[in-house]
Design a protein around this ligand. Structure first.
Ligand code: BTN
Length: 321
């Protein structure tokens, strides 16, 4: 266990711990303790350093724990090729993209991302120890064309997990936003490397707001919500992490075999845009119409002046009328 791990475990109880005591336990000076903790001076962690009392993380933390995550997997243990829990990384997607020859089911979680990435080149704000940030690798020997709809299916897996966790009323906003009454609860970023026709690998990155600190308000410029606000009590991060893994490990082999077709019936009732007046941002400018579900390959169908048009990318918003 690293010094940082040790200190974090102590502080996860939400109580004050003096720098001197921590130093004595680790056999280092008080200032060495401070040097280690400085790495965590993320305003979102709300780490307090108070003279004469010591350090404290108000409300405590539920740190990621391999055993607690695996506890949720049941039969799906077998499909989890590897589980890595990191503390601080630039981005879990970037981390997996730099590794070679990953087996399907290789997964990494991080307590914090310093350069978390969202769709359209946006930043994904990822404070320490509060939310979930994970990426899983999956290989598709049949090439990138067999992947259409993968991010939609990952979204269905996340919803299944949130439902088994006890949340209701969560929907998907095409292609892969996880929303609660139009407020963003999570997002998915799928990145593919390899060949269009030959073997390729998808990195499926998922971010869920679990117990986001209020300071996040200033960092995110869209309406968001977290699990805690929906469920009104202290979220169990490891349980939710395990349930998400379990669902991913269940749907991905099926998707690989059967494609999006097998999942379209599940998408429909979760589709928050269906029948809504929407604006799609395209390279030619905004286009207005009525959302009409997805086609066989996961494109968005929009009825514009009585005609159905298909969109395979672009940002969609619901119009107020
Ligand atoms: C979006 O809605 O724009 C997608 C957000 C995806 C965020 C996750 S967090 C884990 C993984 N690592 C990243 O850098 N991004 C994804």
């Amino acid at each position: 266990m690293s010094q940082l791990d040790y200190i974090l475990n102590l502080l996860s109880d939400g109580q004050f711990h003096s720098g001197e005591k921590i130093g004595n336990m680790l056999g280092v000076t008080r200032s060495a303790v401070w040097q280690t903790l400085k790495r965590l001076l993320d305003p979102n962690l709300e780490l307090q350093a108070i003279r004469k009392r010591g350090y404290r993380i108000p409300g405590g933390l539920e740190l990621l724990n391999e055993e607690a995550i695996r506890l949720q997997l049941g039969d799906q243990q077998k499909n989890l090729a590897h589980l890595e829990l990191l503390q601080i990384i630039d981005s879990t997607n970037t981390y997996l993209l730099t590794k070679k020859n990953l087996p399907s089911g290789y997964t990494v979680f991080a307590e914090q991302q310093t350069a978390g990435r969202g769709r359209f080149g946006r930043t994904w704000v990822s404070p320490f120890g509060r939310n979930l940030h994970l990426s899983m690798a999956w290989n598709f020997p049949g090439g990138a064309t067999t992947l259409s709809g993968l991010s939609l299916v990952a979204g269905i897996a996340v919803i299944n997990a949130l439902e088994s966790y006890g949340l209701t009323g969560i929907n998907l906003k095409w292609p892969n936003d996880i929303v609660y009454h139009q407020r963003k609860l999570g997002g998915i970023l799928v990145e593919v490397t390899g060949d269009a026709a030959g073997p390729c690998q998808a990195i499926i990155g998922i971010g869920i707001n679990v117990q986001a600190p209020q300071t996040l308000n200033t960092a995110i410029n869209q309406s968001w919500i977290d699990v805690r606000t929906i469920k009104h009590h202290r979220p169990e991060r490891n349980k939710l992490a395990g349930l998400i893994l379990k669902e991913l490990l269940t749907v991905l082999p099926e998707f690989q075999q059967k494609g999006l077709q097998a999942f379209r019936p599940y998408w429909q009732p979760l589709d928050s845009l269906a029948g809504q007046p929407v604006t799609v941002q395209t390279s030619q400018g905004p286009i207005e119409g009525t959302a009409d579900g997805i086609d066989q390959v996961g494109n968005l169908r929009v009825i514009i002046n009585g005609e159905t048009q298909i969109f395979n990318s672009g940002e969609v918003s619901v119009r107020r009328i």
